[in-house]
Ligand binder design. Structure first.
Ligand code: TMP
Length: 253
């Protein structure tokens, strides 16, 4: 394991060369950062929870025909994924106003949006991941118009899936961020959901109390991040103490 070649280390994950060409091992760290790493901490157990939650969401997406980079979970902290060319965009889908949308436009957090909003940020830490328009994406050749249309369609499918999964366990999906990768097949490429889907990259509010069950707990010092992520995992039937291996979601009234 220690002799594996490290390809990239990000704020929350490390990528290693996979066992076969075209594969990558994605290792989930316990590190939490916010505000472009100005706020940092190590949250014991976060990586294990995110690895398991991410596996659950990626397998669910695959089961409804949404392509992802995910192959299989290897152990508590690692998953095997397809190697992709990451499109340098954060694709954000919002159902309810929160976070930077509320700040930018002065819309109260919690305001239901009339329709989902898809936004793009240019992935560039030095610039603070600035919001960009479709015109920038095309003009700077980060993605073609066809790619963009496909990215929006994928993002909205992920939104419908994740909203439904969360609604089933009494949680509202407020917003989330995904990243999209290209897999080349001859002269063509196809787009897949890559990176991760976890409470680090979503906003999740308890449907009854609006209690935050996502990384805002860390960003805003609202309590224990592992308690929040464990609660999401518990409701989805993913915690070992829930007894069964896969009881499935239970509707919370
Ligand atoms: P925002 O309201 O701060 O723009 O965040 C929108 C969504 O994107 C929210 O679910 C959190 C997620 N997100 C990330 O995954 N990574 C980031 O670096 C940021 C800023 C947000």
């Amino acid at each position: 394991m220690s002799r594996r070649k490290k390809i990239y280390e990000g704020k929350a994950k490390i990528l290693y060369e996979g066992p076969e060409p075209g594969t990558i091992v994605q290792y989930f760290k316990d590190d939490a950062t916010a505000f472009n790493a100005q706020k940092k901490d190590v949250i014991e157990g976060k990586g294990v929870l995110n690895n398991r939650l991410c596996e659950h969401f990626m397998l669910g997406l695959a089961a409804i025909g949404v392509p992802t980079h995910f192959i299989r979970r290897l152990n508590m902290r690692e998953q095997l994924v397809r190697e992709v060319e990451i499109i340098p965009l954060e694709v954000i889908v919002r159902n309810v106003a929160a976070g930077s949308l509320s700040q930018r436009l002065g819309i109260e957090e919690g305001t239901q949006l009339a329709r989902p909003i898809v936004e793009f940020s240019y992935k560039n830490d030095a610039l603070g991941d600035p919001l960009v328009a479709e015109e920038h994406i095309i003009a700077f050749n980060w993605a073609s118009q066809q790619d963009l249309d496909d990215i929006i369609a994928l993002a909205l499918r992920v939104n419908d899936f994740m909203s439904g999964v969360m609604y089933g366990v009494g949680i509202r999906l407020i917003d989330f961020k995904i990243e999209i990768g290209r897999i080349y097949e001859g002269d063509f490429h196809r787009l897949v959901v890559a990176d991760e889907i976890s409470p680090d990259s979503c906003r999740l509010w308890d449907a009854k109390t609006n209690q935050k069950l996502d990384k805002d707990v860390f960003r805003r010092d609202l309590g224990s991040l592992t308690d929040a992520y464990s609660e999401v995992a518990r409701r989805l039937g993913l915690m070992p103490e829930s007894g069964k291996t896969h009881p499935g979601p239970k509707l919370v009234n």
